[in-house]
Design a protein around this ligand. Structure first.
Ligand code: ATP
Ligand code: MG
Length: 585
């Protein structure tokens, strides 16, 4: 890259180039946004505090905070709180938590860059009065039905409102009366008046869009101070300009809103409210992930109907849900990097996120033994009072991380699937003697080789215990062990010292990659096996697991100590994902 030549700082650990980075690099090279006392790149992440953030928002956070981080700028966290009925401080708090959890901060050089659109209500109002007096806005008093009809349709021009040419002084007086609370909701509305053929514009968003409406509603921050509220399309560009945003990055569905964004800021710059260059809007394709729904309405439905246990249920695609499930901030970063930033919409398979988690955790996560579906194994020739220490590395590729130790005793827990009464072809784990043939020989990993000699059944005919004999000279790590060649190698925990734990085996919440496509009822696609709770036996050292600590349970996958229900000594584990993708097949 020609960064040096253009005197642009090369980003540290630069993710792959994309069109947004190219735009920013060009602007830096051209000095587009050189302003005294301000960094040359200021972005923002502008959530509406009306719900919990989801994996799609993580993408936007990474794009916006990532640009600021990589180009020596800053990113603002701005709450777009102009819909009083739907918004709440609860959402403000969780959104702040999630942004921090992902590893980003709106505080920089001792200064906070946390903003609320509602802090701009007075300025937004002043600018609206300016638009009225300068002939760029008018109060419309049509009924809602007339207004909708007169907007026309895509391909059909609209019809001017009979109030469009009402004198500015009359609009101003009405607008002030709107603010003073003299009208009911919907009686009047303030609309932009963009050009003489505004209602004929091929772009619906340019047909005199509403910029203020009457709402007698309590706001989570401004209380009852206002009964008129600015519309999103009006608030957003102005908030950007007030905060000196340079690159206002949003998703593609706002492309058609850009002409209004530009018109509004140019008009207000003419009026002396802003200096050029004003912020510019850039759009990228939103992140669509298979096997989830992200619509706030549908997520709320899952919570309210008790289909999941809450917003942070580990099966939810919310950031609080992904966190509780065990996904790491680094895995989400990797996912956002790998899925790229482009201008064309597409679907990203859930397996990409799961793969990112495996790649993140494989080198990091300590290994541990867990028996999830226990079956008793009795070593008949092992003295009942004997306990022999066994050990293995915490991580097979990083011996410097030390060893874990656990004892082997006469009674062990093994997985039910590691024994078959009648072995299938190619089955190398435990099976009993058949006819003259002896039972199978299997290595009890990190312990001894043992040979199956029989098994017990309970009254229901279910296998209740497996009997083996062990070979004292076959201990792993000793010279004698090499004399034993076995094909099976299974994990186990000592029944005497095992830690009993609740393990929640999570899987995808939906069976259909597109649960809500084409207006389908997404609830018909729910995966009945998305949660299975088992009582498992873990190696004794796991009693020290701290909430949110992650492990690879050998042969099973990646697990996390649940951040809500887990306590030292009494852990509850969630399966984040299995070791291999079983969905792609
Ligand atoms: P809604 O507008 O329906 O309430 P929203 O998902 O757009 O929901 P916002 O709070 O407005 O919620 O989103 C904040 C920011 O996150 C916006 O800039 C939006 O473009 C971005 N965003 C939301 N969903 C995605 C997604 N799936 N991929 C990328 N960015 C997204
Ligand atoms: Mg939105």
């Amino acid at each position: 890259m020609s960064n040096d030549k253009n005197n642009v700082p090369a980003p540290a650990n630069a993710p792959s180039p994309n069109f947004l980075r190219a735009i920013v690099e060009n602007d830096l090279a051209a000095g587009t946004h050189v302003r005294a006392g301000l960094p040359p790149v200021i972005t923002r992440f502008p959530p509406e505090p009306n719900g919990y953030l989801h994996v799609g928002h993580a993408k936007s956070i990474h794009v916006n905070f990532g640009l600021a981080r990589d180009y020596g700028g800053r990113c603002h966290l701005r709450f777009d709180d102009t819909n009083p009925e739907k918004e709440d401080t609860e959402y403000v708090d969780t959104i702040k938590d999630s942004v921090k959890w992902l590893g980003f901060d709106w505080e920089q050089d001792g200064q906070s860059h946390l903003y609320f659109a509602s802090d701009y209500f007075e300025q937004l109002y002043t600018m609206a009065e300016y638009l009225i007096t300068s002939g760029h806005a008018y109060v419309d008093s049509q009924s809602a039905e007339d207004m909708a009809r007169n907007r026309g349709n895509f391909g059909t021009p609209g019809t001017n409102s009979p109030f469009r040419d009402r004198p500015a002084a009359e609009s101003l007086a009405l607008f002030r009366a709107m603010r003073a609370g003299q009208f009911k909701d919907g009686e009047h509305i303030l609309r932009a008046k963009i050009s003489e053929d505004g209602m004929a514009s091929p772009n619906m968003n340019m047909r005199d869009p509403a910029i203020y409406r009457i709402r007698h509603a309590h706001h989570h921050r401004t209380g009852d101070a206002w009964c008129i509220y600015p519309m999103y399309d009006y608030t957003h560009p102005i908030s950007d300009a007030l905060e000196n945003i340079t690159h206002s990055v949003c998703t593609l569905e706002f492309q058609d809103h850009r002409p209004f964004y530009d018109w509004l800021l140019a008009t207000l710059a003419e009026g002396g409210f802003f200096k050029q260059p004003v912020p510019r809007q850039y759009e990228f394709a939103r992140l669509n992930t298979t096997y989830v729904v992200t619509s706030k309405r549908k997520l709320r439905q899952l919570v309210e109907e008790g289909i999941v246990s809450g917003w942070d249920d580990p099966r939810m695609p919310t950031l609080v849900g992904l966190r509780r499930r065990g996904f790491t901030p680094d895995s989400i970063k990797l996912f956002c990097d790998r899925t790229g930033t482009s201008k064309s919409d597409g679907w990203i398979d859930m397996s990409v996120l799961e793969g990112a988690l495996r790649d993140d955790l494989d080198p990091k996560a300590p290994r541990a033994t867990a028996v999830l579906r226990p079956l008793k194994l009795i070593i008949d020739n092992f003295p009942a009072d004997l306990s022999v220490p066994c050990s293995c590395p915490v991580h097979p590729h990083f011996p410097e991380r030390g060893e874990r130790t656990f004892p082997i005793t006469r009674e062990l827990w093994i997985e039910q699937e590691d024994f078959m009464e009648v072995p299938s072809k190619g089955y190398f784990r435990f099976y009993p003697p058949i006819g003259d043939a002896p039972g199978s020989r299997v290595r009890l990993r990190h312990g001894y080789v043992a040979e199956c000699v029989g098994y017990d059944k309970d009254a229901d005919g279910k296998v209740s215990a497996v009997h083996v004999k062990y070979f004292e000279d076959s201990k792993s790590g000793t010279e004698g062990s090499n004399a034993y060649k076995v094909k099976g190698n299974i994990h186990w925990v000592s029944a005497a010292t095992a830690l009993e734990a609740e393990v929640r085996l999570y899987d995808r919440l939906f069976l259909d990659p597109h649960p809500d496509a084409g207006g389908k009822d997404f609830k018909t696609a729910l995966n009945p096996a998305a949660l299975e709770v088992v009582t498992a036996y873990l190696e004794p050292g796991m009693s020290a697991a701290e909430p949110e600590q992650r492990f690879q349970f050998e042969r099973h996958g990646y697990f996390v100590a649940d951040r809500v229900d887990s306590a030292p000594g009494k852990p509850v584990f969630n399966r984040v994902t299995t070791l291999k993708d079983s969905w792609g097949k």
